[in-house]
Design a protein around this ligand. Structure first.
Ligand code: C2E
Ligand code: MG
Ligand code: MG
Length: 650
């Protein structure tokens, strides 16, 4: 009589039980996806096949304990369940292999092949009932292996071969976890199967399925790190992995990035718990919105949806569907809230690009969408804008090394002394074809890339050189524009002081200009920094007062000696009575607070005369002079401040 060892089967049952508990009980909160359902099927069918195996072995070892028909039924059932388990494992591995392939044709073909193989296998079972080719019971009701018993191994081997073929065909889009499975699972299965063939008394069927389950479980483990803990959808890591695989295999994809605007209002209004619930709801909705699309939480309030691109029209419909959803409120219990969002839409057409380049394009498009608080689609215009931006960044970088930046000066007229006494230093940069790049374009880019610091020191050095040369008659002070990054630099005051000492200049000949927008960033620190500048005797201008960022409390809060009124405040003066009234009120207010007022952007004689008449302290604008190079400045001051000319002007 055959004596089979069941030790391996008991152990395998235990391993599968542990995987089941670990995966489905401990991580129950994670989304119960199709993949997870199939893996559950794998575990259950593996457990069922081991259980049936143990049962049949026990009945075979104890002949006569059950009727013959039940023995045949149990054995046939065992064979069917083993075949089913193999098919489910294979299906699961096909799913993992083709996870990042939108072309459903491959998956459909895999399913068909698996179904055909399983049907043939079932047919063999039926035939076995008539001719005992797989197993039979002899005259004394003893279990005997049939001549084709080993054919059972053919099913998983054929499935493995087909899986290998599919893996090789789609290898560029196979995720790392499946690569790991493919390098570990087939050799182990092959070794155990060979062992089983040579030592048929050791039952290893269960051991094989336990090993396969373990390998798949371990590969799954890496997936749980790809989930966002709050919403359960895929996270940024997962987005990057999926994007890399799809771009590498040149699949056509559409990516919609949805960024929620002013989400802090939802938190403020309804509390953080509800805020979290809204994010959860939004994430789950976006994840299930398109049958072939997945959503990812790529930032705190930013989600990306990746889906196959079919044609422009469908892509446009997808975009509209997302936009329309955000037009209606999100209802959570009794709370209903409107979420405002901006959307970046990008279609990748399988062209020459790396995943990093696609991400850069997405980020740029999202930046534009945020600025417009609306929808921006990545297209040729955006591509050119991006290229130009990169070109300018390169020009800035090279121009710093090659010292190509020029500092120009715009004269400032002092009303009380009736003389040009000051100037504002303004940076100038031309591209390599000689076309000027406006400071409004290159300064923000220099700030964004952290190069503004170097630019500031270039300007400061030029200012110091100019002032110490004494070549400009009447020029008492020059002002330097500072950016936020300098305000955040703890060594700012010391460095400025070092320049002044080096050029033997007194601190009161340098003024610094700060736009209030920078103060909002870190008000307390900014105040401390400005106080340390004021402490060494440098006077500070509040620049661009009236451009939307300024408010009166900042005038009181910070040590500003001068307020620079922006051109937008005076553009309609003196014709518009209300603008005129506002200007006069501001002048009176600032004067009574002990501040002096500079008006910039003055373009007409009428306005300049009016400003002198109502007590403005200084005037800057094209009416007097546009920004000019150092040589012209020397000539300008020499001519305008010459006593003869002043008499004539008066
Ligand atoms: P800002 O500091 O407000 O400089 C004044 C701007 O107004 C200058 O533009 C000047 O040319 C322009 N302007 C002067 N008078 C008139 C006028 O009568 N009419 C009109 N329409 N415009 C006038 P610019 O040189 O293009 O500079 C733009 C901005 O770039 C500056 O605004 C400043 O914020 C920034 N910037 C320029 N140079 C530097 C620098 O060295 N460092 C930093 N951080 N920013 C700089
Ligand atoms: Mg300025
Ligand atoms: Mg200004």
């Amino acid at each position: 009589m055959v004596r089979w060892s069941l030790m391996g089967e008991y152990l395998s049952l235990l391993i599968i039980g542990i995987i089941f508990i670990r995966y489905y009980c401990y991580e129950g909160s994670v989304v119960f996806s199709l993949k997870k359902k199939i893996f559950l099927g794998c575990l259950l069918s593996a457990a069922a096949s081991i259980f049936l195996n143990i049962l049949t072995v026990l009945t075979i070892s104890n002949p006569g304990c059950i009727p013959l028909w039940l023995g045949i039924l149990l054995n046939s059932g065992y064979f069917v369940v083993v075949g089913g388990a193999c098919t489910l494992f294979a299906l699961f591995m096909f799913l993992l292999t083709l996870e990042h392939v939108y072309d459903r044709h491959c998956m459909k073909m895999a399913c068909t092949v698996l179904l055909v193989l399983f049907s043939l296998y079932l047919l063999a079972m039926v035939v076995n009932l008539f001719n005992g080719c797989l197993f039979y019971y002899d005259a004394v009701e003893q279990y005997q292996r049939g001549p084709l018993n080993r054919i059972v191994f053919l099913l998983p081997i054929m499935q493995l071969v087909f899986l290998g073929y599919c893996y090789i065909r789609n290898r560029s889009s196979v995720g790392t976890s499946m690569v790991y499975v493919m390098w570990t699972m087939p050799p182990i299965v092959l070794l155990l199967s060979l062992f089983q063939v040579f030592y048929p008394d050791f039952l290893l069927n269960g051991t094989i399925s336990a090993f396969v389950s373990l390998i798949l479980f371990l590969s799954f483990q890496t997936h749980t790190g790809d989930r966002d803990s709050l919403t359960g959808i895929r996270n940024r890591n997962s987005f990057m992995t999926e994007l890399s695989l799809r771009v590498r295999s040149r699949q056509h994809i559409q990516i919609l990035v949805v960024s929620l605007l002013s989400f802090s209002d939802v938190n403020l209004q309804h509390g953080h718990t509800l805020g979290d619930a809204v994010l959860y709801e939004t994430a789950r909705y976006l994840d299930q919105m398109f049958p072939q699309g997945h959503a990812f939480r790529t930032g705190n309030v930013t989600f990306a949806i990746m889906l196959p691109w079919l044609d422009d029209e469908t892509a446009h419909q997808h975009l509209q569907q997302v936009r329309d959803r955000f037009r209606s409120p999100w209802v959570l219990g009794e709370v209903s809230c409107h979420l405002h969002c901006c959307i970046a839409d990008l279609c990748y057409d399988g062209g020459d690009a790396t995943a990093m380049e696609v991400v850069e394009q997405l980020e740029y498009t999202l930046e534009q969408a945020k600025e417009e608080r609306g929808i921006v689609r990545f297209d040729e215009t955006i591509r050119l804008q991006m290229r130009r931006k990169q070109e300018i960044i390169d020009i800035i970088r090279r121009s710093i090394q090659e010292r190509r930046f020029r500092v120009w000066y715009q004269p400032i007229y002092c009303c009380h002394d009736d003389i040009f006494c000051s100037a504002e230093a303004l940076l100038r940069l031309n591209d390599y074809e000689g076309k000027p790049i406006p400071p409004d374009v290159f300064i923000p880019l220099a700030e964004e890339t952290g190069m503004i610091g170097e630019l500031t020191w270039i300007v400061l050095e030029e200012i110091c050189r100019l002032l110490s040369s004494g070549q400009v008659p009447g020029l008492k002070t020059v002002s330097l524009n500072l950016s936020m990054q300098q305000l955040l630099d703890p060594g700012l005051a010391d460095r400025i002081q070092r320049y002044l000492t080096e050029y033997q200049l007194s601190p009161d000949c340098l003024k610094v200009e700060i736009t209030e927008r920078f103060l909002l960033h870190d008000a307390l620190y900014a105040k401390r920094q400005l106080a340390s500048l004021a402490a060494i005797g440098i006077q500070i201008y509040m620049d661009d007062f009236g451009t939307g960022y300024s408010n009166l409390s900042s005038v009181l809060d910070y040590p500003f000696a001068f307020i620079k009124l922006d051109r937008s405040l005076v553009i309609h003066v003196p014709e518009d009575h209300r603008a005129e009234l506002m200007l006069r009120t501001l002048l009176t207010l600032f004067h009574s607070l002990g501040k002096r007022v500079v008006v910039e952007g003055v373009e007409s004689k009428a306005l300049a005369d009016y400003l002198k008449h109502c007590g403005s302290d200084m005037i800057q604008g094209f009416y007097y002079a546009a920004p000019m190079a150092k040589e012209e400045l020397i000539a300008f001051f020499s001519q305008k401040n010459h006593p003869e000319n002043r008499k004539m002007d008066a």
